[in-house]
Design a protein around this ligand. Structure first.
Ligand code: URA
Length: 204
């Protein structure tokens, strides 16, 4: 479709602009901007918090440990990742150097607010049928209000700007569950939410 081609070209242009982003100080400690990836016209958009250490080095979203969980959950939910647009609210890895390590730091409200301009461009050009926020940072940024994950996960809600949305856990939260049985349960809940996202899309 000609208009999808134009949107894809525009999205590539926007990604190029984001590479030079200095809207907040996070670019100083990061290797590069990690923009979203996936096809324009993707029915499903998945939004995380920010790239992690491995994403920052590789230059792609969700390729580290959280990405591996996401990949497995997508397969288990019957979703092809190549047909999904995957991105983050914040496009630079916020970290604090600690010896040879870089510790992940949660982005603050200001960093989320100024970075949201890129996510808004992604949503308007990809035009997904459903945006799934993974974790509280993405959920609150997209909903524009405080959220209670346990109450609102797995069902369709309206995001800011009228976008159809859904909220689920962040895949890295599954990795942090210490007990094996509880971790299985958390993973199963994540897969269930992704399956529900498919159902919502199919019912539209
Ligand atoms: N966590 C995120 O929120 N996004 C990534 O891309 C990787 C880990």
């Amino acid at each position: 479709m000609a208009s999808q081609k134009a949107s894809a070209a525009k999205l590539a242009e926007v990604a190029g602009q984001a590479k030079a982003c200095t809207r907040c100080p996070l670019y100083r400690n990061a290797t590069q901007t990690i923009f979203g990836e996936g096809p324009v016209g993707a029915k499903l958009m998945l939004v995380g918090e920010q790239p992690g250490d491995q994403e920052d080095i590789a230059g792609h979203p969700f390729v580290g440990p959280a990405g591996k969980i996401l990949d497995r959950a997508l397969v288990d939910a019957g979703i092809d990742r190549t047909q999904v647009y995957v991105t983050n609210v914040v496009k630079h890895f916020k970290n604090e150097p600690r010896g040879k390590k870089r510790l992940h730091k949660k982005p603050n409200r200001y960093e989320v607010e100024v970075c949201k301009v890129w996510l808004a461009r992604e949503v308007s050009l990809v035009k997904p049928g459903l945006v799934v926020a993974m974790g509280m940072t993405a959920a609150e940024a997209l909903a524009g209000r405080p959220m209670t994950l346990a109450r609102e996960r797995g069902k369709e809600i309206g995001f800011d700007a009228g976008q159809r949305g859904m909220v689920t856990v962040h895949p890295s939260s599954i990795l942090r569950v210490p007990d094996r049985a509880a971790r299985h349960k958390a993973y199963a809940g994540f897969v269930r939410d992704l399956k529900q996202a498919l159902k919502v899309l199919q019912a539209a």
